[in-house]
Design a protein around this ligand. Structure first.
Ligand code: ZN
Length: 235
């Protein structure tokens, strides 16, 4: 069984948010509309912990930018769907200092709580937006466990985790398992399969230039070719 798990970042007009890791609200609406018209079930990432059914799609948004939290939730609610947003607990209400000169404001606690209360999921994206695979196990435990505690202390209930930059190793997976997380998402440019570990699910990054036809090409042709088991090319 497959599931389409998509990874977005900012959602806003290019004049404000630029093009890098951004998508304009109407383009997001066209993506959501496609899956809605075809009667896909929209899952939050936390919903991926249960046995999968055919035709599911999961929209995730990394970093919980102000622009994303302003524009995206309503796009899903228009079709009765919900999505998942990953907050960096040490940067809530500040800026994305990992974006360099392109740093943009991140949603504050009140905004995260308001979006959660509308049925969306706010997930754990570490304290400091680090490459977990580069860190010793104690630092990884801090980044995962402290972020969990920070979110909970503010009333956010994180039920899934997102690896910054997709970076993780066996230690990360083990810590998450012991911390009670049933789902963690990474980046692998292919559709997720029910054979994948739920603590290392691949997502496909959606870019500014991904018009609906381009997205469909990426998802249903390119990603499918990548999903195939490696073997002799002309065997
Ligand atoms: Zn991120």
């Amino acid at each position: 069984m497959e599931s389409t798990i998509l990874c977005y970042h900012k959602v806003g007009p290019a004049a404000e948010e630029g093009r890098r890791l951004n998508i304009e609200p109407n383009r997001l609406r066209s993506h959501v509309g496609f899956f809605s018209r075809r009667k896909y079930r929209f899952l939050r990432a936390c919903d991926l912990s249960v046995p999968w059914t055919p035709r599911t799609v999961c929209f995730t948004f990394d970093d919980a930018y102000v622009s994303t939290m302003f524009h995206a939730p309503a796009v899903f609610e228009e079709v009765g769907a919900r999505a998942t947003y990953y907050a960096v607990s040490g940067r809530v209400g500040k800026t994305s200092d990992w974006d360099g000169e392109a740093a943009r404001p991140l949603a504050d606690w009140d905004t995260l709580l308001a979006v959660q209360s509308r049925g969306h999921e706010i997930g754990n994206h570490t304290v400091n937006h680090v490459h977990l695979a580069d860190l010793p196990i104690d630092r990884q435990k801090f980044e995962i466990g402290q972020a969990d505690a920070d979110l909970r202390s503010r009333g956010i209930v994180p039920r899934s985790f997102c690896y910054p930059y997709g970076s993780h190793n066996e230690d990360s997976v083990e810590i998450l398992g012991h911390s009670g997380y049933g789902v963690a998402v990474a980046l692998k440019k292919r559709l997720a399969s029910s054979d994948d570990s739920r603590l290392s699910l691949p997502r496909i990054v959606v870019a500014y230039s991904d018009t609906l036809p381009m997205l469909l090409y990426k998802l249903f042709l390119k990603a499918r070719i990548r999903s195939r088991k490696p073997g002799p090319p002309y065997g």
